[in-house]
Design a binder for this molecule. Structure first.
Ligand SMILES: Nc1ncnc2c1ncn2[C@@H]1O[C@H](COP(=O)(O)OP(=O)(O)OP(=O)(O)O)[C@@H](O)[C@H]1O
Ligand SMILES: [Mg+2]
Length: 318
């Protein structure tokens, strides 16, 4: 066990009483300061994993250690160290923004003047002062998400568990929230684990991603490495004339057989890095006298990764 690992998941399983085997023995670690993403289709088991991690759901088999404390024996410690923002923000409709934060502060044992200090701190942190006295149902979806986050941060957790934190938000509120999470990591060193359906979110926000399908982790790595695992970048040339036999011969002497694909007026060359290889490759193609009308660089996306490992396209993309 290492203090560098904030989360250690070992052979974790969940079988619901209905018999559904929702999580089938998964293993992973999350390091201090990481933003770790879980990407997977509906019903893959993401929420189930996060809820077990948050001590909200009983573990069937296996282990979770959080900050070197075992979830079976140290629930109290773990609850004090984590903040949890649920998939469906479970906000109370009958109170105002500041009342909700006050309630959470009290829940976590703050008393007297500490409570008011906490409320003010949270309102500032999430830029919620202007909504302090507004009833929760009057807030926009984006503001409700911020409030949910404020409530989960009241006790300065070391680990934040986020279940689809930006689902339902418009793109501008979504990127606001990403910035906020980055700031929290930078200023407070908070480690985060989150589920998402958004490819861009996983790509730009998460340091590492686990792709989970039918209760199993089918791939786990950095977004860049995952993309590399799908295949090389490809440079696509549109040609104004068909490739003749002597050009074909030159092509095969210039590039590796496996890097060349062509259909009538289209030529694809696989390269390690599309951006830096574009010009040198174009030069070679021109030297063989191929008439190029246009070029395009195709880089594998997380959607390609997702398709490769789950056989499905990502949902939730706009
Ligand atoms: N309380 C429950 N009782 C029985 N089965 C459940 C329960 N909650 C979830 N499941 C089942 O467990 C599996 C995993 O569900 P889970 O909610 O963890 O998936 P998810 O990856 O979070 O999906 P989504 O992307 O839709 O949020 C599904 O087959 C689901 O139907
Ligand atoms: Mg879910």
């Amino acid at each position: 066990m290492s203090i560098e690992n904030v989360i250690e998941v070992k052979n974790l399983e969940k079988i619901y009483r209905s018999g559904t085997h929702a999580v089938k023995g998964i293993n992973f670690v999350v390091k201090k300061g990481e933003i770790f993403g879980m990407l997977g289709p509906n019903g893959a088991g993401k929420t189930t994993v996060l809820q077990m991690m948050g001590t909200l759901l009983k573990i069937t088999k296996g282990d979770i250690n959080i900050l070197n404390h075992n979830i079976h024996t140290d629930q109290k410690f773990i609850r004090e160290k984590i903040g949890f923002a649920l998939q469906e923000a479970g906000l109370d409709n009958l109170v105002t923004t500041s009342e909700l934060i006050r309630f959470h502060a009290t829940l976590f044992g703050f008393t007297g003047t500490e409570v008011e200090k906490k409320v003010q701190e949270s309102l500032t942190l999430l830029d919620l002062h202007e909504y302090a006295d507004q009833m929760i149902p009057e807030l926009s979806g984006g503001t409700q998400r911020r409030l949910d986050l404020a409530a989960s941060l009241v006790h300065n957790p070391d680990l934040l568990i986020l279940d689809e934190p930006t689902t339902g938000l418009d793109p501008s509120h979504r990127s606001d929230l990403w910035n906020l999470l980055r700031t929290l990591r930078k200023e407070r060193g908070i480690t985060m684990i989150m589920s998402t359906h958004y490819m861009e979110e996983a790509d730009v926000l998460c340091d590492r991603i686990a792709i989970i399908d039918s209760g199993e982790i089918v791939a786990i790595d950095t977004p860049d490495n995952l993309k590399k695992s799908v295949g090389k970048d490809k440079i696509e040339f549109s040609l104004s004339e068909k490739i003749n036999d002597s050009q074909k011969k030159s092509l095969f002497s210039e590039f590796l057989d496996g890097d060349i694909e062509y259909q009538s007026n289209k030529l694809l060359i696989s390269v390690d890095d599309g951006e830096t290889s574009l010009l040198p490759t174009l030069k070679k193609i021109m030297n063989i006298d191929l008439k190029v009308q246009g070029t395009k660089v195709r880089v594998p996306t997380l959607d390609d990764v997702y398709l490769k490992y789950t056989g499905k396209r990502l949902e939730g993309e706009s």
